[in-house]
Design a binder for this molecule. Sequence first.
Ligand code: IVH
Length: 691
Amino acid sequence: MPPPLADALAARAAALRAELDLHAHRYYVLDEPGIPDSDYDRLFNELQALEAAHPGLLAPDSPTQRVGGKPLGQFAAVRHRLPMLSIRTETNTEASGAENFDNRVRKELGLKESDPPVEFVAELKFDGLAMSLRYERGILVQAATRGDGAVGEDVTQNIRTIRQIPLRLPADAPAVLEVRGEVYMRRAEFEALNERQRAKIAQGAKGEKTFVNPRNAAAGGVRQLDPAIAADRRLSFFAYGVGEVTPPEGGGPAFETHLQLLLTLKSWGFPVAAQTRLARGATELIAFHEAIGQQRDQLAFDIDGVVYKVNALPLQRQMGFVSREPRWAVAHKYPAQEQLTTVVGIDIQVGRTGKLTPVAKLAPVFVGGVTVTNATLHNEDEARRKDVRLGDTVIVRRAGDVIPEVVSVLLERRVQAAAQFTMPTQCPVCGSDAVREEGEADHRCSGGLFCAAQRKEAILHYAHKRAVEVDGLGDKLVEQLVDADVVRTLPDLYRLGFAALARLDRMADKSAGKLLAALEKSKQTTLARFVFGLGIRHVGEATAKALAGHFGKLDSIMDAGHGQLLDVADVGPVVAASIRTFFDQPHNREVVEQLRACGVTWQEGEPAVATWRPLSGLTLVVTGTLPSLSRDEAKDRIEAAGGKAAGSVSKKTDYLVAGAEAGSKLEKAQALGVTVIDEAAFLALTEPPPA
Ligand code: IVH
């Protein structure tokens, strides 16, 4: 007889849960996905639908219940059955830190020098927050923070959102099991979170902020009253020990060593760090400390040290505790990645491509293993958001190979209010205008040809084979010429003499001769190559060709107004503004004049026949049904006449072309006072001239 329907549904739900748990474990813990995401989603949706239709099937350990809880008013207090201990810290970050610990352990255990080395487990010291996970009969019933070690907070709802934490354990798990470990955030998740936060802030969201480091973001996530926010942090977990353990009736696994315990936790589905090692005696502890120190920057998460634990559990029990710290464990730190220091200035650095970066000058501080005196503030918005001012006490962070940065200002320590930071309007290196284009975060120096910071880049670009082409002038040579101070700006290239060149290191007479010949040859060029060679921002090869073809003469390009530049095919407002700014810098014009004076020349031409572009600079919107033209034909006509076809009406719309049954766009145009025309008027406007 087939099973009753209810049983069949319950069996299906159980099967789905088992399968989903298996795949979640492979995906989140083992990093080996077994099925495509879409298959997982399909199974998940089926289970969700089943539970929704039959609420009796719902269970707290169902994968659908990870985020489901309602926001809490506050967290309940949890008394830990076994206290959550802390660890003695060995502050001596040198190798001798490990020796000190080994010596202490040997003494406590009464070992003689001739006795064999003590066996330890060496682990990572994760930089997150401690968590106790309580499982009863295999089901996660409670997750609690450490609190003061005796009483923590019940954060079960939030901890359920961590996919790496099993909600249910295999049948061989003890009746009561408390797993102790660390909740943390991966660096990539941290960067992504701050990226999302910055986007929210840029869009004007109130009360949003970026996070100082992964640990703070993780701790803040765990302490969210709304589990949906906690879920958004995408936290991770590593197990490193146990609290209360009550074996099931008839016994269960009895652990002899700490390593065995960790491996068993792993077999029950908990993530255990892959770096965990058995280490014998101080020598192997030191080797571990050093090896992990080397890898520290490349790890996917922050650690602040390593932890050594005596491996044999009977020995651990024998050694016991002092205050709340076990005698059998120690944390051996690495140099901190965050330190306090003061801001002694804010400089602007100009990069090779003209980007201006505000940099905080700091009182020297040892952080992340090096002495730091500079920290980037990235750009104007970042500098203002952090509100770093002269004299401020700040937290500097140097984690991984990332360039040091100012994390935050300790406002309570601000002594006297120095002025708020503002980006200079001139390049500090050459005095040319510094401009920030619409929609860009960075300011740039517009003195590309003249600016000392951009010399090498400007010369290389000019000499490129698709630009003016100076054969043999590559980055090594440019480096040499600029560093030896024989070439400062482009015209200096044409003033180089044989003697000056031959004096350079590794420059044979023959190569000096070759370079001079190449320079001579480069003097005969084309207007397009020359314009491209100037390295004007946004003016690539194609735009340079279009400019040369359109204007024919260099002076016409240099003097063209914004509107005239817009008439060139491919030149939009951003490019036009960039060309204008470039030639508005007297120094850039001076360099161009000197190049001409040095004999750089090209064939000038006549301007292209004034092209027919009656809609140049105008934006049109088409709506409704036109009597003869389709929507696409109308669009093509707009573009052929040099105009822009837009999809929606705004203040920037110049004409609305309206046909039959024009609806909301027509109303909007009328409300905004946009000129409305019919098809006949449109055809007249866009009628090409007779050939
Ligand atoms: S064992 C028996 N192991 O460091 C001592 N703790 O004060 C119990 N921590 O807040 C802790 N990584 O959260 C242990 N591999 C590790 C650890 C670790 C990080 C944290 C722990 C606690 C602090 C120790």
